[in-house]
Write a protein that binds this ligand. Sequence first.
Ligand code: C2O
Length: 485
Amino acid sequence: MRIRKNVWKLPAGDETLSWYEKAVAAMKAKPIADPTSWRYQAAIHEYNRSSDPLRQSSDVLPSTIEQRQFWTQCQHGSWFFLSWHRMYLFHFEQIVADNVAKLGGPADWSLPYWNYSEGPAFRALPPAFRDPNLAGGNPNALYVKERAATANAGSALGDDSDVSLDCLTAPDFENLPGGVPGFGGPRTLFHHNAGIAGAVEDVPHGTMHVRVGGLGTHPGWMSSFNTAALDPIFWLHHANIDRLWEVWIRRDPSHQNSTSKQWLKGVTFQFHDQNGNVVSMKSEDVRTINAAPLSYTYEELADPLAVAPQALATVQPQPSARAMPEQPIPELIGASRTEFDLEPTTTHALVEVRPPTGPARLSALAAPARKQKWVLNIENVTSDGHAPSYDVYVNAPDASNPQAHPEHRVGRMAMFGLTESSRPGLDHPGSGLHYGFDITKLIDRLKAAPAWDPAKLRISFVPVGGETEATGARIKIGRVSIYAQ
Ligand code: C2O
């Protein structure tokens, strides 16, 4: 059984990363048409010939049929996000391990993970990835120039909100119909990339992509779908996201993956193994990490949010299977009137909310004891360029400085994949990125204050670039809407 280890806690003298470096160099030496090559592996995520930074006129690409079957398969804004990336990582790990073994390394090489949520020091890119050259002077295959300057400088990237583990508290795997993110994401077709991302996909996944990649007119590879997997750190980032999925499952017996047949068996994904043979998998095959066909585990799977045992006793849910309860139909109770630009400074949108008159009113009448949810949706975020993450605030008292009121912050929008998602084509509908935030608790507090006026809800967007350079890109929001459910 492979054991994936914490990259920041590898013991002195450990060779996991030096073998990774050698294997990556070997994979980079192979031509792009070889399924076990570095560029082919990255193209599985997404490939765009015109923006391929490693493009050579001498490249011999796989046939169009093969490209359509195996490339540009990444699943985002989808309930397949976790299962597809798990399969992707698993096959990549087999290929790297095969290279390691052939180069004379250990037979049980495993992909390490980057757990950036343990404090500022852990948010720095691990040293083995930062130096252009190895100790002996040869080029370092783990180094990538196209990253945020702060990443290669070894600074702590981003802030606590970029690596927040709030996603672990999401009770459901699937998003709820009104747009409340579940841990995993929204029910979609294959390749949808048009839904509201699940909680873990937004933070820390998307936020850390953008922090490593950075912005600017030539943003780093980690900021875009079609270049992200060319950066060797991509795989350690995703090993951590994959680990968090297992942590989420273990930390609460009521946390369950989708039991829908559509999720379990609805889509078959195809990859290549280390010998170049085609392997097919469905989500149901990758629910258990430490059994065939996967057979790996993580060094740490304990709950990072664990509370004292006495407190736990009172909140411990029944381990009985938690059937996805019938969700009331959400009703739109307010929306911004026109699309608007997100400025490089704080931007506000006003939303007039009216009391529900349709399904949300009826379900409130039918079940008066049930708590009605308010959900904020940010729809159709598009751009021709790249954007920093934005924090979203509701009714922050000081409009010019919402950051002074963290209690009004409802979440962070990670802009990973913004450009690709905005471009309609074969692979993306072009509708941009979408976010959902459950704002019920905040609204309850606002309602209790004398100044509460539902006709004047103010949603504020604050860029959290920090080290980011202004991109000059125009970022548009299609609509801000509020649903009652
Ligand atoms: Cu498919 Cu982190 O991305």
